[in-house]
Design a protein. Structure first.
Lengths: 306, 411
C-alpha cells in the first residue's frame, strides 16, 4: 500500500523522548532526543513538519525523516526545500530512505532509532472497510513499540495544546499515563488538565446496591466516587504538577466513550491514554476501549505505551 | 377476548400482593444476615407454596392459589414475563469490554469452570439417570443439561459479594466478574441448543441447524443489532422522555427479540438475554438507565419469579437427601476445581486461583431459571430440581465467608 494514499496517516513523525524515571519519588522528564518523520509528500506534510519542529524545539530533540519508497533526486530536492522553508536545523535532522511495506519499515525505523514516541497525522473519519481491514496509521499505532502522538489537524503554525484530558481510569498502565500526561502538560504549558475516571460497571454495582436501604445505597454511590478520587490522588502524590490547573472528574460510563464525549464537550486539544495490550481482529468486530477512541478520534491523541 | 371476572381479579391481585409482601419481608431478613435477597425470595415461595402453607393451612393455600384456574393462567403470564426480564438484565450485566479487557485469563477460568462440571455432571447423570431423576427417554440431552445446570455462575450474586468484600475492582474481582459473564453467554448458548433439541426431538431442525441458527442470531445481534441500537438509542435519549422512553422501548425490544427466538425455535429467554447483551454493550445506554432497569426488574419481577418456584414445587415431599447430596458435592467440587485449574493453566498465582474458584462457584440466579425451565420441559424430576435450588442456596450463602477467608490466605 502506498502510504501517500492512506487516509490515516500520510506522515509519521517519530519522537525520541526521554523516559520518565522515578527517582526517590520524584519524576524526571528527560527531553525528547530524536524526532523522525515518515514522509509521503502530500498536502499535509508541511503542517506535520511544522508540528514536529515545535516538538523538537520544545523537547530539545533530533529529527529523523523517513521516506518509505524509492529515493529520487526530485524527492530529495523537494524535501530539502521543505526543510529550509520550515526552518529545521539540518544538523539535528537525519534522513532515512527505506523500501518495503510502510508499516513494517516504519516500525523497524522506530526500533532502530530506539524511539519511544511516534507522532502520526490522522483523519477523523474512516470508511467501514478501512476500519475493519485496518489502515496504515492504525496498524502503526497498534504495533508501535513506543508511544504514539496522533494529530488530527496538524497546522503549519503549530497546534496549541491548551486543554488536556488524561485517562485516569483504573488500569495497570494508568500511573504511567498520568505521569506522562502531567509532564507533557507542564512542558507545553497547558492551561487546563482534566483527569477523567470511570467507575467500572457502575450500573451493575448500583443495581446490586438497590437491595440496600436508601442511605446505604447513597453511601455506596459516594464511596464509588470517592474511591476513584483517592486512586488518582494517590498517584498524584509522586508527581509534581507545578502550576497546572488540575481537575479530577469521575464518570459512570465506559472510559473510552466517556473520554471521547468529554473531549468533544470541552473541545480538548489533547487526550492522553495508555495502551498496554495488542489489539486483534476481534477487537475490531467488538470494538472497545482504545478501538472506540481510534474510531471516533475526538481530538489529538497521545497513546502512552510501557 | 375472555377476561377475568370480579373474583378472579381479586384473586390475582391478592396473589401478587402476598408474593411481593412476603418476598420483601424475607429479603429484608436475608439482608440482615448479609445474604442475597434471592434466598429470602425462595424461602417466601416455600412458605406460600404447598410445602408450608399448603401443608399446614390447606384452605388458605387453596383460596390463594387453587381456587381460580383463570387467575393461575394470568399469574403464569406474569411469571413468564418475569423470566424474560430476568434474562434481559442478566444480558445487560454482561459487559463485553470488561470481558475483552480481562482477555485469556478470564476465558480460561470460565471455560474450565464449565467443562469440568459439564463432563462430571453428564457422566453422573448418564450413569445413574433413574437415581438422579433425569429424563431417561432423553438421556443425552437431560444429562448434558444436568452438567450445564451445575456449571453456571451467579453473576449478580458474586458481584454483590465482591462489592461487600471490597474485591470488586481488584484483579481477582474483575477476573471473576469477566469469567461469570463468559459463563453466562456460553451457558445460555448451550442451554438454548440443548433445549431446542429436546423440545423438537426428531421433528425439529436437528443439531447443526439449531447450533448454526443460535450462533448466527447471537453474532448478528451483537454486530448488526448493536449497530442499529447505537443509531436508535441516541435519538431516543434526545427526543423522548427520559427515562420513560428508554424504559418502555428497551422492554419492547426485549419482548420482540424474545418472541423472535421463540418463533425460530430457540427459547424466548435466549432472545431476551442476547438483546440484553447487545443493549448493555451499547455506549448509548447510560449506566443510570442500567441502574433503573436493575432496580425495576430486581425488585418487582425477580421476586415474582423466585417465589413462583416454591409455589410449583413441594420441598418436603420432593426432597431426596441422596440426590441433594450428589448435586451439592458434584456441583461445588467440580465448579471450584474447574475454575481453580483454569486459573493455574492461565498462569494465575495459586491464591488468586483459589479466590477465582470460590467466586465462580457462587450461584443463585440464572442456574435456578435454567433448572425451572428444564423441570417444566420434563428434562429433570422435581427432586433433582430441588437439589439444584438447594445447591444455589448453599453456594450463594457460603461464597461470602469463603471468599473472605480465601483473600487472607497465605499461600
Amino acid at each position: 500500500m502506498d502510504i501517500a494514499r492512506d487516509k490515516w496517516s500520510c506522515y509519521i513523525i517519530i519522537v525520541q523522548t526521554g523516559k520518565i524515571r522515578l527517582f526517590k519519588g520524584h519524576s524526571i522528564l528527560k527531553m525528547y532526543k530524536k524526532v523522525a518523520l515518515a514522509i509521503a509528500f502530500s498536502p499535509r506534510m508541511e503542517a506535520l513538519i511544522s508540528e514536529s519542529k515545535r516538538l523538537v524545539q520544545l523537547f530539545g530533540s533530533d529529527l529523523i525523516l523517513i521516506h518509505i519508497g524509492k529515493k529520487t533526486d526530485e524527492l530529495e530536492t523537494e524535501l530539502d526545500e521543505i526543510i529550509i522553508k520550515t526552518g529545521l536545523d539540518k544538523l539535528k535532522t537525519k534522513l532515512i530512505w527505506k523500501e518495503g511495506k510502510p508499516v513494517k519499515m516504519i516500525i523497524e525505523a522506530c526500533k532502530e532509532e530506539n524511539a519511544d514516541l511516534l507522532v502520526a497525522g490522522a483523519l477523523k473519519r474512516e470508511g467501514f472497510l478501512t476500519y475493519y481491514m485496518g489502515s496504515v496509521g492504525r496498524k502503526i499505532i497498534r504495533k508501535a513499540p513506543c508511544s504514539v502522538l496522533t494529530l488530527i489537524e496538524p497546522r503549519v503554525g503549530s497546534t496549541i495544546f491548551e486543554k488536556i484530558v488524561i485517562n485516569g481510569t483504573q488500569l495497570e498502565i494508568t500511573p504511567n499515563v498520568i505521569e506522562v500526561g502531567i509532564n507533557f502538560s507542564k512542558k507545553i504549558k497547558a492551561e487546563q488538565v482534566h483527569i477523567l475516571n470511570e467507575i467500572k460497571m457502575y450500573g451493575l454495582q448500583m443495581g446490586t446496591a438497590s437491595e440496600d436501604s436508601e442511605e446505604e445505597a447513597s453511601q455506596t454511590r459516594r464511596q464509588l466516587v470517592q474511591n476513584e478520587m483517592e486512586y488518582v490522588q494517590e498517584i498524584m502524590k509522586n508527581i509534581d504538577a507545578g502550576d497546572l490547573k488540575l481537575n479530577i472528574k469521575v464518570t459512570g460510563g465506559r472510559w473510552a466513550v466517556e473520554l471521547a464525549r468529554f473531549c468533544e464537550k470541552i473541545e480538548a486539544d489533547l487526550l492522553v491514554v495508555g495502551d498496554d495490550h495488542k489489539l486483534n481482529f476481534f477487537d475490531r468486530i467488538f470494538p472497545h476501549d482504545l478501538e472506540d477512541l481510534l474510531s471516533t478520534l475526538p481530538c489529538n491523541l497521545l497513546i502512552v505505551k510501557n | 377476548m375472555d377476561t377475568l371476572d370480579h373474583k378472579e381479579v381479586i384473586n390475582l391481585l391478592l396473589q401478587l400482593s402476598s408474593i411481593l409482601i412476603l418476598a420483601r419481608v424475607l429479603a429484608e431478613l436475608a439482608r440482615k444476615f448479609k445474604q442475597p435477597a434471592v434466598i429470602g425470595e425462595i424461602f417466601a415461595g416455600i412458605i406460600l407454596g404447598p410445602t408450608i402453607l399448603g401443608n399446614f393451612f390447606p384452605g388458605a393455600h387453596e383460596y390463594l392459589f387453587g381456587a381460580h384456574e383463570m387467575t393461575n393462567i394470568a399469574f403464569d403470564g406474569f411469571v413468564q414475563i418475569s423470566v424474560v426480564l430476568l434474562l434481559f438484565i442478566a444480558g445487560l450485566e454482561v459487559e463485553l469490554h470488561i470481558v475483552w479487557s480481562q482477555g485469556k485469563k478470564a476465558l480460561y477460568i470460565a471455560v474450565a469452570s464449565m467443562i469440568l462440571p459439564i463432563i462430571a455432571g453428564f457422566v453422573v447423570a448418564y450413569a445413574f439417570p433413574e437415581f438422579l431423576g433425569v429424563n431417561i427417554n432423553d438421556r443425552i440431552v437431560a444429562s448434558t443439561f444436568f452438567g450445564l445446570a451445575i456449571s453456571i455462575t451467579g453473576l449478580a450474586i458474586v458481584a454483590r459479594i465482591l462489592m461487600d468484600l471490597n474485591l470488586f475492582k481488584t484483579s481477582s474481582g474483575l477476573l471473576i466478574i469477566a469469567g461469570a459473564m463468559i459463563v453466562d453467554v456460553i451457558g445460555w448458548l448451550i442451554f438454548s441448543v440443548i433445549l431446542s433439541l429436546s423440545e423438537s426431538g426428531s421433528d425439529g431442525l436437528g443439531v447443526w441447524p439449531t447450533i448454526g441458527l443460535t450462533l448466527l442470531f447471537t453474532l448478528v445481534m451483537l454486530t448488526v443489532g448493536k449497530g442499529l441500537i447505537n443509531r436508535v438509542l441516541p435519538w431516543i435519549n434526545k427526543k423522548m422522555a427520559w427515562p420513560g422512553g428508554l424504559l418502555s422501548l428497551s422492554l419492547a425490544l426485549c419482548f420482540l427479540a424474545a418472541s423472535f427466538t421463540e418463533f425460530i425455535g430457540i427459547h424466548a429467554i435466549f432472545g431476551a438475554f442476547i438483546i440484553g447483551v447487545a443493549l448493555g454493550d451499547s455506549e448509548y445506554l447510560t449506566e443510570k438507565a442500567k441502574e433503573i432497569l436493575h432496580q425495576f426488574i430486581n425488585n418487582i419481577f425477580a421476586p415474582i419469579f423466585f417465589v413462583s418456584i416454591g409455589l410449583k414445587v413441594n420441598f418436603i415431599t420432593g426432597f431426596d437427601p441422596g440426590i441433594v447430596g450428589v448435586v451439592i458435592i458434584v456441583g461445588l467440587v467440580t465448579k471450584y476445581y474447574g475454575a481453580y485449574f483454569g486459573g493455574r493453566l492461565a498462569g494465575i498465582p495459586r491464591k488468586e486461583s483459589i479466590v477465582a474458584g470460590i467466586g465462580m462457584s457462587t450461584r443463585g440466579s440464572m442456574d435456578i431459571v435454567l433448572g425451572l425451565i428444564a423441570l417444566e420441559t420434563g428434562l429433570v424430576s422435581e427432586p433433582l430440581f430441588i437439589g439444584l435450588v438447594i445447591l444455589a442456596i448453599i453456594a450463594s450463602m457460603s461464597a461470602g465467608p469463603l471468599l473472605g477467608w480465601a483473600r487472607n490466605l497465605k499461600v
